[in-house]
Design a binder for this molecule. Structure first.
Ligand code: 5GP
Ligand code: ZN
Length: 115
């Protein structure tokens, strides 16, 4: 675990990330600067920098992030109204934390934007 990775430290419980779900593969916590009424980050516990570093062996793990996302959406009561799942990759997408993460944003009509 890279000690300088804030998301590794949240998953390890070293710093408070307001965790709302954790299992042996993934951790979900509230984004510190929410852009929607519900803004949750879902990460693999394993440190993977970005989509660029994904390997075939990570496919089940990444799939699990989406299963967790769906479960959280149902628990938060936004599954039917809708939500957005986003993964930013690299500078032009605005990736600021280099530990792969799935944004779950919900709770209002989200602006349609092209990237
Ligand atoms: P990115 O821009 O890399 O796709 O998203 C990084 C997200 O992580 C941002 O939405 C930012 O608000 C969130 N974030 C950055 N540092 C922390 C932190 O220490 N704790 C939490 N809970 N979220 C963070
Ligand atoms: Zn990490």
């Amino acid at each position: 675990m890279p000690s300088d990775c804030v998301f590794c430290r949240i998953a390890a419980g070293e710093i408070d990330g307001r965790i709302l779900f954790q299992d042996d593969q993934a951790t979900a916590f509230w984004d510190i600067h929410p852009v929607a009424p519900i803004h949750i980050l879902i990460i693999p516990n394993k440190h993977i920098r970005s989509v660029n570093e994904l390997d075939v062996e990570d496919e089940a793990l990444i799939g699990h992030l989406f299963t967790v996302a769906g479960r959280i959406a149902r628990e938060q009561g936004v599954a039917e109204a809708g939500y957005r799942l986003t993964i930013n990759t690299g500078p032009n997408a605005g990736q600021s934390v280099y530990h792969i993460h799935l944004h779950l944003m919900a709770g209002k009509a989200l602006p349609i934007h092209l990237g």
